[in-house]
Design a protein around this ligand. Structure first.
Ligand SMILES: [Zn+2]
Length: 272
């Protein structure tokens, strides 16, 4: 699933590529991915211009000149691609926004779990965003991070990925941040010591910044808005590296399951 760095890369791309463009039409062969319905969305967005693109957690928000907002969640396999009108159809292309300047914004999605939702105003958006926790690199402070970890005995990795508690961190960046901080992913969150929490807080910032710098991780489906791969997968610390040599010691990276997700760590560097 695209995480904060991947969605942020797409947001930056879209800001360059489609802000100021007018929406001419919308097409889909997958109506269930459009909310509340294709008819309503069509009626409300045609003729509006794209004013700005924002992101919170893994949600992209396209603000329109009419005051309405299109919110997009890419879920597991969604991509947003900006193409020239008439360019060869993309694989798994299910929603297309026709834009002025002979451009198209294409939503492609193999698994079809992603969605596009029209909101009437900022109030409606705030209601949705209220369900997400604070975000690293934004409004998550060390003080609040301490309070969040102290509040539960769940495994620290599972907590990091809980979007209600903290926004934007998924499996990749949770694994890599815990390795950097030398914390076992299965440790109870409220058992972490003060200096470990500090280290982890900095490690989260560091791996997310690296993810943004390398324009996301394309180990699976993720592509940027121009259809190019990111390269954070070439810089994974432990994620996806089971059996390979640890960068911190002579040991090997292991894979376990935690909270139903494949979890990578070094048993020597990250003691239980
Ligand atoms: Zn190690």
């Amino acid at each position: 699933m695209p995480e904060l760095p991947e969605v942020e890369t797409i947001r930056k791309d879209l800001t360059k590529l489609i802000v100021g463009k007018k929406i001419l039409d919308i097409e889909t062969d997958s109506v269930k991915q459009i909310k509340p319905s294709l008819g309503v969305v069509k009626k409300e967005i045609i003729g509006a211009s794209i004013r700005k693109i924002e992101r919170r957690a893994k949600l992209l928000q396209i603000f329109l000149s009419s005051g309405k907002i299109l919110v997009i969640h890419l879920k597991l396999t969604g991509r947003l691609l900006v193409r020239k009108k008439g360019a060869i159809r993309d694989k798994w292309q299910h929603v297309t926004l026709m834009l002025s300047g002979d451009k198209e914004l294409r939503f492609t999605d193999l698994r079809k779990f992603g969605w596009v939702k029209l909101l009437q105003d900022k109030k409606e958006l705030e209601k949705i965003l209220a369900e997400f926790g604070p975000e690293p690199l934004d409004d998550l402070s060390l003080k609040e991070f301490k309070a969040i970890t102290a509040s539960t005995s769940r495994a620290i990795k599972v907590l990091l990925m809980d979007q209600k508690k903290i926004s934007g961190i998924g499996n990749i960046y949770a694994c890599d941040a815990l390795f950097l901080a030398k914390i076992h992913p299965g440790r109870k969150a409220n058992d972490l010591k003060e200096d470990e929490i500090k280290k982890l807080f900095r490690a989260i910032e560091k791996v997310l910044k690296a993810g943004i710098k390398y324009r996301g991780a394309s180990d699976q489906y993720y592509l940027d808005a121009l259809g190019h791969k990111g390269s954070y997968q070439d810089h994974f610390l432990v994620y996806g590296r089971a059996g390979k040599k640890c960068f911190g010691c002579e040991g090997k990276i292991e894979k376990i399951r935690l909270g139903g997700r494949g979890t990578y760590y070094c048993p020597k560097c990250q003691k239980q």
